[in-house]
Every structure is written in structure tokens, then in C-alpha cells.
Ligand binder design. Structure first.
Ligand SMILES: *[C@@H]1O[C@H](CO)[C@@H](O)[C@H](O)[C@H]1NC(C)=O
Ligand SMILES: *[C@@H]1O[C@H](CO)[C@@H](O)[C@H](O)[C@H]1NC(C)=O
Ligand SMILES: *[C@@H]1O[C@H](CO)[C@@H](O)[C@H](O)[C@H]1NC(C)=O
Ligand SMILES: *[C@@H]1O[C@H](CO)[C@@H](O)[C@H](O)[C@H]1NC(C)=O
Ligand SMILES: *[C@@H]1O[C@H](CO)[C@@H](O)[C@H](O)[C@H]1NC(C)=O
Ligand SMILES: *[C@@H]1O[C@H](CO)[C@@H](O)[C@H](O)[C@H]1NC(C)=O
Ligand SMILES: *[C@@H]1O[C@H](CO)[C@@H](O)[C@H](O)[C@H]1NC(C)=O
Ligand SMILES: *[C@@H]1O[C@H](CO)[C@@H](O)[C@H](O)[C@H]1NC(C)=O
Length: 430
């Protein structure tokens, strides 16, 4: 619980750290050998869950789900247990087989399903062995998962709240041609949805929840109403994927990213850079974030590697920091969104799969906020006018005070002179 979010990372700090690392690298330039893994950052989505809500005419309301809405199911637990086992294999020889608290930090959003996903994942990753077994009947050991309250989370819960400039950008997005086109194309479909679901405010942006509900119900063998054909599901899926893009992309992607995914990216790159700088002194090897589809989309949109499809359950974005045989560092990214396949390599645009750290920092710099609070502020016309009037009044007052001061000083000087004159005269007299 002591895990605190710091304010968004200042790029100047990253740059100076990077400069230090460059000097280090030139010193270590004589090292030869293989590409060596140094540090891993994971950002994953929770596993399979019950729907977040039901639509008004839905035959399956909250009581149809064993733990109610938005909860991790046993399918979800298995998905994360499996991901944990995969990570254990992937990082064999890098991480200790047994849990070592100096090597890994886990942070989750403060939601039941993400906390439970992290726990299921760690159960797959660190089954106790030897001296770590505390109960012979239990292939499990406790491992800490840190979190902060949702309303204080400025890292993993998206969209990040209290950012007026982002609200303005979202509003402007709904006026773009892309958005209006989509709204137009699906007008009749949305009208039909309104009628069938009983949702009064159904729109391109809000239908994602209808898809989400029907999708969860289908996965859990709950028979859908007659109007839900495969064509309807396909249209709903397209609209839902589009709603993720509307949120973080479509319009002014870079500026939106500075206010959203760039905040998380800044923290991740800060840690990666610190790890490169500190070399082998640091024992920390893995940072693990348990979060949501929106977290993964915000991050991947900031990196400009988002495929446009909603991240699947337990999908995992991987950053790996390597030390190349010439002593320089590189960052490779992967996305594991299919348990039957090797993770997909993701390449930062204009870089290579093993992107030199210096290039990675330079290419992502446009989406790293310098001062999140300031960038989120909206200049209101009225306020600006008030500030200018205030400044003019202040300048006039200052001008007047300086004038007054000069005048008084002159007067004092005159008085002193005449006083000295008197004293001098007195001196003469004595
Ligand atoms: C981790 O592995 C290293 C090398 O194998 C070993 O020296 C160290 O004791 C291990 N740490 C723990 C906590 O098991
Ligand atoms: C437990 O450790 C022993 C010895 O280090 C090893 O041979 C065995 O495979 C480990 N078992 C598991 C389940 O990891
Ligand atoms: C978008 O901005 C306009 C003014 O530019 C305002 O009238 C409208 O209410 C805003 N819409 C939303 C959804 O905030
Ligand atoms: C909008 O739709 C029209 C036709 O439906 C198409 O020609 C045009 O390219 C679309 N514009 C955008 C920005 O998607
Ligand atoms: C849907 O449309 C039908 C026929 O127009 C109407 O009878 C029904 O009340 C509508 N349902 C809702 C929920 O609006
Ligand atoms: C990464 O950042 C967190 C704080 O956000 C810190 O606790 C952790 O030690 C950092 N890890 C490294 C390797 O710098
Ligand atoms: C998995 O991720 C890759 C790379 O982003 C993407 O091309 C693919 O469509 C994704 N698969 C699914 C099922 O989302
Ligand atoms: C990638 O390189 C091309 C050509 O050099 C340039 O036009 C583009 O803006 C670059 N993109 C990024 C993300 O830097």
C-alpha cells in the first residue's frame, strides 16, 4: 500500500539520466558478448469477467452472475495462471525460480478483477519450492500486489480524470469527418439498438457496453435474444473497437497521448532508463502492472503501435531492455494476445524491433508530458482577459510606487544635504 504515484516524469530528467548512461556506455564499450536481458516491464489486462452492466431489456441482470457484475471468473483465473506460467518459462534464468522480493514489483488498479488477476498470475509464476513451501498441501505462496485508491490513481486508470483539455479534445473529436462518417453509417443500426435494448442514450460511443454485455453472455453460454444475429455482433464489435480509437486517437493523437497514455509511458521509460543507468547494481528486474483494456490501448496508442482491436483478456504488453554486445542498450516490445501463439513483436514506428534506447526516447518524446497539470488546463477567454487587466493594473501601481519612492529619496537626499550643511557649519563653529 506504500506504493505512491509520483507526478509525471520530467523528460529533462530522462535526458540527463540518458546522458549519464551514454558516458557509462562509452566506458563499458569494450564489453563483447550476446544481447543480454536487463529489465522487463509488463502491462496486462485482467482475465475473463462478468459484464460491467446489463442493458434495460437484458434477460440476464446482475443476479445471473455468481459474484455480480465486473468480477473475474474462473476462466479469467485460469487465463492469468497460464500467463504466469508462460512468463516463468520466458524469463527462466533471468528471474530466480524462487520468489525474490528484490527482483519484482507488482502494481494493480484497485479493482477486484485486476487484483485477483495479478494474484492468479503470480500463483502461476512463483509456485513455492523447497524452503518457500509453508504448507505442503498448497502450491501457493503470498506475493505482494500494490495498489492505490482508484480516485488517486494517476497511472493505470484511463481515461485519467480531471483533465479539462482532454475533454475539449474529445468534444472536438466528435466533430471530425471520421467520427461523423461512422455515426452516419451506423445511424439506423443504433436506432434499432435503442429500440431493442431500451437504452435511451445509445450512441457510437456508448454501444461498446452492449457489445461487452452480449459478448460476456455468449462466452458463458447464456442464450442471446433473437435480434442478436452474428451480423449484429460484428457491427457492435466494429463500433466498440472504434470507441477505443475515438478515446485516444482519431484526432490529435499526440496531444491526447500527452494527457493520457504518455503519463504511463513516461513512468515506464523512467524506470527503464534508471535500470540502464544503474547497470548490474540494481537487483530489480521486473515491473508488472495489472490493469484494463483501456490501459493497454492508451499505452499502445501513445506508442503508435495499437492494432485497432480491443486487447483480449489477459493480453500482455511487454517491454524488454537489453544490453547489446557493443554496450549500448535497446528496447524491444511484444504483445501476447493469444495463448496459442508466440508474442507478436511490436516495432516502434521509425525504429527497429530492438530499438536503441536513445532512439526510443527521442521518438516517444513528443507524447511525454512535460507538465501534465499545466497541459490539462484550458485557457478560458474571460480568465485571460482578467489576467491581462490585472497585470496592467499591477504595472501602473508599480510605476506609481517607484515614482513615489524616487521622489521621497530625492527629498531625503535634499534634506540630508541641508542637514550635513548645518553640521558642517556647526563643525566649523566648534
Ligand atoms: C536468486 O538466485 C541467485 C543466483 O542463483 C542466488 O544467489 C540468490 O540467493 C537467489 N535469491 C533468492 C531469494 O532465492
Ligand atoms: C524445485 O527445486 C528443485 C531443486 O532446485 C528442482 O529440481 C525442482 O524441479 C523444483 N520443482 C519445481 C516444481 O519447480
Ligand atoms: C462541445 O463543445 C460545445 C461548444 O464548443 C458545447 O456547446 C457542447 O456542449 C460540448 N459538448 C460536450 C459533449 O461537451
Ligand atoms: C466518409 O464516407 C464517404 C462515403 O461514405 C467516403 O467517401 C469518405 O472517404 C469518408 N471519409 C472519411 C474521413 O472516412
Ligand atoms: C420498438 O419498436 C416497436 C415497433 O415500432 C415498438 O412497438 C416498441 O415499443 C419499441 N420498443 C422500445 C423499447 O422502444
Ligand atoms: C520503478 O518505479 C517505481 C515507482 O514508480 C519504483 O518503486 C521502482 O523501484 C522502480 N524500478 C526501477 C528499476 O527503477
Ligand atoms: C493481437 O495483436 C496483434 C499485434 O497487435 C494484432 O495484429 C492482432 O490482430 C491481435 N489479435 C487479436 C485477436 O486481437
Ligand atoms: C518517420 O519518418 C518519416 C520519414 O523520415 C517522417 O515523415 C515521419 O514523421 C516519422 N515518424 C515519426 C513518428 O517520427
Amino acid at each position: 500500500m506504500a506504493f505512491r504515484v509520483r507526478s509525471p516524469c520530467q523528460p529533462s530528467k530522462i535526458v540527463s539520466l540518458y546522458l549519464i548512461s551514454l558516458t557509462l556506455v562509452s566506458v563499458l564499450n569494450t564489453t563483447f558478448g550476446e544481447r543480454e536481458l536487463k529489465f522487463v516491464t509488463l502491462v496486462y489486462r485482467h482475465g475473463d469477467r462478468s459484464p460491467i452492466k446489463a442493458y434495460p431489456t437484458d434477460p440476464y441482470q446482475e443476479s445471473a452472475w455468481p459474484q455480480g457484475f465486473g468480477q473475474l471468473t474462473q476462466v479469467g483465473m485460469k487465463q492469468h495462471f497460464e500467463l504466469g506460467q508462460t512468463l516463468k518459462r520466458r524469463y527462466k534464468g533471468f528471474l530466480n525460480e524462487t520468489y525474490d522480493r528484490h527482483q519484482i514489483v507488482v502494481r494493480s488498479t484497485d479493482c477486484d478483477r485486476t487484483l485477483m488477476s495479478a494474484e492468479a498470475n503470480l500463483a502461476g509464476m512463483y509456485p513455492p519450492n523447497g524452503s518457500q513451501v509453508f504448507n505442503p498441501d498448497l502450491k501457493w505462496q503470498p506475493i505482494p500486489v500494490h495498489t492505490v485508491p482508484l480516485d488517486e490513481d494517476r497511472l493505470l486508470t484511463f481515461p485519467l480524470p480531471n483533465c479539462p483539455r482532454f475533454d475539449v479534445l474529445l468534444n472536438e473529436t466528435t466533430k471530425t469527418e471520421t467520427f461523423l462518417n461512422m455515426t452516419n453509417r451506423y445511424k439506423d443500426f443504433i436506432e434499432m439498438l435503442r429500440n431493442k435494448t431500451g437504452l435511451k442514450d445509445a450512441s457510437v460511443e456508448s454501444v461498446w457496453s452492449v457489445h461487452d454485455t452480449l459478448y460476456c453472455e455468449k462466452l458463458h453460454n447464456k442464450r442471446p435474444p433473437h435480434w442478436v444475429t452474428s451480423d449484429v455482433m460484428e457491427k457492435l464489435r466494429k463500433l466498440k473497437d472504434f470507441s477505443f480509437q475515438v478515446m485516444f486517437g482519431v484526432y490529435k493523437r499526440e496531444e491526447k497521448s500527452r494527457l493520457q497514455g504518455g503519463v504511463l509511458l513516461a513512468q515506464i521509460l523512467k524506470n527503464i532508463t534508471e535500470s540502464a543507468v544503474s547497470g548490474s547494481k540494481k537487483q530489480m528486474k521486473m515491473m508488472m502492472y495489472s490493469a484494463h483494456d483501456t490501459t493497454v490501448v492508451a499505452l499502445q496508442t501513445a506508442l503508435n503501435v495499437f492494432s485497432g482491436r480491443q486487447p483480449t483478456y489477459a493480453s500482455c504488453h511487454i517491454f524488454e531492455l537489453y544490453k547489446e554486445d557493443d554496450g549500448f542498450f535497446s528496447v524491444a516490445m511484444f504483445f501476447r494476445n493469444d495463448s496459442t501463439k508466440e508474442p507478436y513483436p511490436l516495432t516502434l514506428p521509425n525504429c527497429t524491433q530492438y530499438c536503441p534506447l536513445q532512439d526510443f526516447l527521442r521518438l516517444t518524446n513528443p507524447v511525454i508530458p512535460e507538465n501534465w497539470e499545466a497541459e490539462c488546463r484550458v485557457p478560458s477567454g474571460l480568465k485571460e482577459k482578467e489576467v491581462i487587466i490585472g497585470l496592467i493594473a499591477f504595472a501602473l501601481l508599480l510605476f506609481f510606487l517607484i515614482g513615489l519612492l524616487l521622489f521621497m529619496l530625492c527629498r531625503q537626499q535634499d534634506a540630508k544635504n541641508s542637514y550635513r550643511h548645518v553640521i558642517n557649519e556647526a563643525d566649523d563653529n566648534s
